[in-house]
Design a protein around this ligand. Structure first.
Ligand SMILES: [Zn+2]
Length: 128
């Protein structure tokens, strides 16, 4: 009866990461979607919508649309790299990205050395 329940401890890390990335991408897409519809939603007014929009605005205040888009772009890239079997491999030097870094930054595309080098060059700003 519980055969279908997936024991989180036995799920391969990549599978778990893929789901994590997909879930976050979906959340971001939903937020961006609701923001895009805001002008239209303004036509309809009601207590429920007001409350829903207040919650939405709080979320958006923390993460601007452009940041959400950038995050979504990175998540999609990470998922694409996963499909290509390139996930977890540094896009700069081809080295294996340490699992600890992937845990902290699931959509990381470079190892720490390359990342800090890129940040020094100033081409890419990235929180990690
Ligand atoms: Zn590297």
């Amino acid at each position: 009866m519980t055969d279908n329940v997936i024991d989180i401890a036995t799920v391969p890390t990549k599978d778990r990461t893929r789901r994590l990335l997909s879930a976050e991408l979906e959340r971001i897409a939903a937020r961006l979607h609701s923001e895009a519809e805001m002008p239209m939603a303004g036509v309809v007014s009601g207590d429920f919508l007001d409350v829903a929009q207040d919650i939405e605005n709080q979320e958006l205040a923390r993460l601007s649309a452009s940041r959400l888009l950038e995050r979504a772009r990175r998540l999609r890239l990470a998922l694409a790299r996963m499909s290509d079997g390139e996930y977890g491999v540094c896009s700069e030097c081809g080295a294996q990205i340490p699992p600890r870094r992937l845990l902290a930054v699931p959509d990381a595309m470079t190892c720490i050395a390359c990342q800090s080098q890129r940040e020094r060059v100033g081409s890419v700003g990235r929180d990690s």
